[in-house]
Design a protein around this ligand. Structure first.
Ligand code: SAJ
Length: 420
């Protein structure tokens, strides 16, 4: 049955979800506090970058099934997909979830469904959402069906993964689980698993925590191998030949709005017990300083006017997203060092301090090129040209992206994170 769905938050998750429901025949009212997002959306335009999303949104708006508003209105279903950023003290900032939930209270009627999609600390539905929803005078579980259904899609593949990924639904009771499952079945082709809200919240956090802890292990190994004069990348490659081993890749740190954030939501709730999770976050956060130390070591033989060129500044390859990028922290460290001048090149980023439009201009008179992000663009660099423009042709590869032999044969000095 087609529903009227009010989606709060038209960002990386809310907007694709709105477009998906709308193109499957539901009537969607997208709500956002940002007036530009609302007015642009009503013209069929989007303000975020995601493959094919513009086309889908355009057709949803044209069909009349998707409209944007600044405030919520009566509907059958309310989906909360607002951000849950992290505070300076590494606790979750739940203010957007609170204000979005409060804003729907006057609209709620008997028989409505309320779904929280925002990634949240375990216990959010039970302890934060339900008390607010109860202000409507409705009985949660009987009059109001409530669930947490976390988003788990990868930026760059959002539309595909919205359809294909398995989904978890943590309902406050069986009726809530079933109603929300039926709704997502509109477009979800993957399996749908039913559970409780707090289990669903913890599951989502543990997926990203698993990845973060695994990367921390790789980063720790990188430091160990540097001390022991062996190659961490070779160790990982060989260990991963075992059928039950899958060690991730070391690097200059972990960024993005998920892995660098979500594990803290577990630490916040269980600080005394979540020791491995806490240490992993700290290990990954230590990587920009580790790369900075390697840079200092490589440049130690050079007297004055040292220049370092950073290649790639985004949080991961082939995107333009700088959120929580560890490379920004590395740049901060270099900036505080009076002995070092900085230049940056990133084929996907045009507005950032020290950024140069041309890679070889950025490398001019440089003493060290640091490959910080493995963008496909860097596969085809001309090392000869690089050597020609640099003052001292040193390369520090933090991603094991370039071949040591090729670089050395062309007369440049190659250094690798995870090997000394
Ligand atoms: N990274 C490494 N080594 C690796 C893999 C990644 O250092 O071996 C770094 C990357 O360079 C990057 C960071 O980790 O800085 C995070 O990148 P990512 O590719 O893990 O992905 P995200 O943060 O864009 O998306 C993750 C995904 N979670 C999982 O794969 C478990 C995605 O499915 C989630 O929906 C998303 O978080 C989210 O929204 O929670």
């Amino acid at each position: 049955m087609k529903k009227k769905i009010c989606i709060l938050g038209l960002g990386y998750i809310g907007l694709p979800t709105a477009a998906m429901f709308a193109t499957h025949g539901h009537k969607i009212v997208g709500v956002d506090v940002n007036n530009t997002v609302v007015s642009e959306l009503n013209k069929g335009k989007i303000t975020i970058e995601e493959p094919y999303l513009d086309i889908m949104v355009q057709s949803a708006v044209k069909s009349g099934n998707l409209v944007a508003r600044s405030t919520p209105e009566d509907a059958d279903v309310f989906i909360i997909a607002v951000p849950t950023p992290i505070n300076k003290d590494k606790t979750a900032d739940m203010s957007y979830v609170v204000s979005a939930t409060e804003s729907i209270v006057p609209c709620l009627k008997k028989g409505n469904i309320v779904i929280l999609e925002s990634t949240s600390p375990p216990g959010t539905v039970e302890n934060l959402l339900i008390p607010i929803l109860e202000k409507s005078g409705l009985d949660v579980g009987r009059d109001l069906l409530v669930a947490h259904s976390p988003e788990r899609v990868l930026p760059g593949r959002i539309l595909k993964e919205l359809e294909e990924n398995n989904r978890i639904i943590g309902g406050v009771n069986q009726e809530s689980c079933e109603a929300v499952k039926e709704l997502y079945r509109t477009f979800v082709k993957g399996e749908i698993y039913l559970t409780t809200p707090t289990t669903a919240e913890m599951t989502k956090l543990m997926e990203n925590t698993f990845r973060d802890v695994n990367i921390a292990l790789a980063n720790e190994l990188a430091k160990i191998c540097e001390s022991m004069k062996i190659n961490a990348w070779e160790v990982i490659e060989l260990a991963n030949k075992h059928p039950r081993v899958n060690i991730h890749q070391p690097g200059p740190g972990v960024g993005g709005h998920c892995l660098a954030v979500d594990p803290w939501f577990i630490v916040e709730k269980q600080p005394k017990t979540a020791k491995i999770i806490d240490l992993s976050r700290k290990t990954n956060d230590s990587m920009p300083t580790h790369v900075y130390d390697r840079i200092k070591e490589i440049l130690s033989g050079i007297k004055d006017n040292k220049k370092v060129t950073i290649l790639g500044v985004t949080y991961k390859p082939n995107i333009d997203d700088l959120r929580e990028s560890p490379v920004l922290e590395l740049i901060d460290l270099l900036e505080q060092d009076d002995d070092i001048d900085i230049s940056i090149f990133d084929p996907h980023v045009f507005t950032c301090k020290y950024i140069e439009k041309d890679m070889y201009n950025a490398l001019k008179d440089s003493d060290l090129a640091v490959l910080a992000v493995n963008h496909d663009y860097f596969k085809n660099v001309d090392f000869q040209n690089m050597k020609g423009v640099m003052k001292t042709p040193n390369i520090l590869d933090t991603r094991n992206f370039w071949s040591e032999d090729i670089v050395n044969d062309l007369g440049l000095d190659y250094y690798l994170l995870g090997k000394k």
